[in-house]
Write a protein that binds this ligand. Sequence first.
Ligand code: GLA
Length: 682
Amino acid sequence: MSRICKQRHVSTCLLLTICAVLVAQLSGCASAVQSDKPERTVWLSSLNLEKMTSGWGSPQKDKSIQNKPLTIAGRTYEKGVGTHAASLMYVDLKKSCRSFSAYVGVDDEVNGKIGSVRFRIYGDGKLLFNSGVLKAGEPAKKVDIDLTGCKTLTLAVDPAGDNNSYDHANWADAAFVVAGDDPVAIDAPVFEEEKVILTPKPGPEPRINGPKVYGCRPGRPFIYRIPCTGRRPFRFSAENLPPTLKLDTTTGIITGTAPAKLGEYPVALKAASRHGSSQRTFKIVVGDTLALTPPMGWNSWYIHYNRVTEQHMRNAADAMIASGMADAGYMYVNIDDCWMKKRGDEPYRDAGKAVLPNNKFPDMKGMVDYIHSKGLRAGTYISPGPWTCAGYVGSYQHEQIDAGKFAEWGIDFLKYDWCSYGQVYKERMKQTNDDLLEKKRPYRQMGDILKQFDRDILLNLCQYGMSDVWQWGGEVGGHCWRTTGDLGLAGGADLSGFYHIAFSNAQHWQYAKPGQWNDPDYILIGWVGNARGMGEGKPTSLTPNEQYSYMSMWCLMAAPLIFSGDMDKLDEFTLNVLCNAEVIEIDQDPLGKQAPIIAQTDEYFIMAKDMEDGSKAVGLFNTTEIAINISVSWNDLGIEGSRRIRDLWRQKNLGTYKNRFEMKVPRHGVAFIRIFPTGSAE
Ligand code: GLA
């Protein structure tokens, strides 16, 4: 993080503190409520502490997080709650709380260790108190806030910018003055945010989208459906299309075999209709590298789990076309776990020893052909271990035969999930005692096998980031690799799981490049099922602004864009998040750079990505509970002079800026901009 950002952070803190004091002193929340009940004290520790989250351990009643007397800077408190950053609690004040008071600080039990925390209190979404950074050994800060008319209180503790080691945080002597019903601890309220659609509707005129470069191996089957928005019918044409390829001028699907000769084949794609025309250079690169841009598509896991059927897959392909997702560049239709036989449901394999689909997949080849007939690609899933993660048949000791079957079906993408391979790994380690060799072994084996077939098959390594997979995933034949555990299971006391996955994935930015991508897991928006218990689909609990942030981060990180919600329940808002052509262009940029986080404070972080044309894509992400101004300086970005700025979500020019750019960003929202040199074409 730059010095400038740190300074700015300090001044933002100061500003917020001043605002907090002012807000607290002036008005509290809203108008007062009359009550006949006598005023009394209700201790925070008498509320249901199971509703309070904490980054380590569980919050304690009238004790520190380690169950000792609450002590801050030598002073001991009888009452209060001991928790650990990051910690959050929501309280329904029943509109009857007059005030809240406490002493906050780090518990002495950390014994001079580095613990540092920050306490913030919000009333109905407004910041009422900000302690600033409090370190171990420092005296407690007094909290005394007016809550007249307030409905909901949020008590938040964050790790104050560093990690949360020794962040033992005390709400000492914490109490409400109440004149009506008792306050009640509640689950995180759903933030009612209006679903504002930011992506402008594509016009009737054609606009060709999708990647500008495309890698394939010589002489292999080729299939590509030109992504193009606008009102159909179009007349497609493709100048300089290699003679081994054929374009269907009505559907825009290119099929055939890739040229035999290695090299670059720039093709001028064109789509025309009575509403206008669009042209775009599409460079086919025949060589050894596939996935020159991150793969885009859909995966069945987070909506269908073990309920997945062949019909779901066929429907997903239909919906990918009908919804316009394919016109934005989505092309892989991937089955996840649970398509094979479940453990116990023998026989597992056919006469030739190849893995058998279960009875929900009566015609795997027919299904893949169907997906291909739409110009889309088909993906599948298996484990190198004896069983998949959900307890279905894996490929252990049948790798060659199973992969041969996949190739025969026409599969284009394989997710290879470690799961029960852990047992095999342990046995092998007894022989070699070489962790890296053994972690690579199953992936190298499958990487080598896939290259033998007459198909371009992408390999997705799913082993959750073990042994720094980003350093060797490409070497063993992978095109993308999961860098973390499952996003659907990721949680956080303060922010939704996708933020924590992004923070982790962002650290490996140096390793992403064309053909080799860090995979932070799927886009879980729209209707998704809870991964814990493989639940039925429900509308996402993410707010609209969180969804814009999610998609922006994934594009900045050049992540595979794989949606895993319900394809049958795609609503206008979800599609607006998934299908903004200018946003997707950031992900699909041919330079293939992943954005690092260039600045991070307790209020915001900034990601910046270098683009092929010399412009920069920048995301300013607000991690607080309120709207704040976030700015980025040219110094931080390594640029100078006048710059033209475009708002990517709104697809709107914001004008020319010098030295810095600042924008008000909503709670958990993003300002996603592209910074061009002035003089560059609009
Ligand atoms: C693991 C993977 C998930 C999903 C499940 C299927 O948890 O990480 O993405 O494939 O297995 O069982």
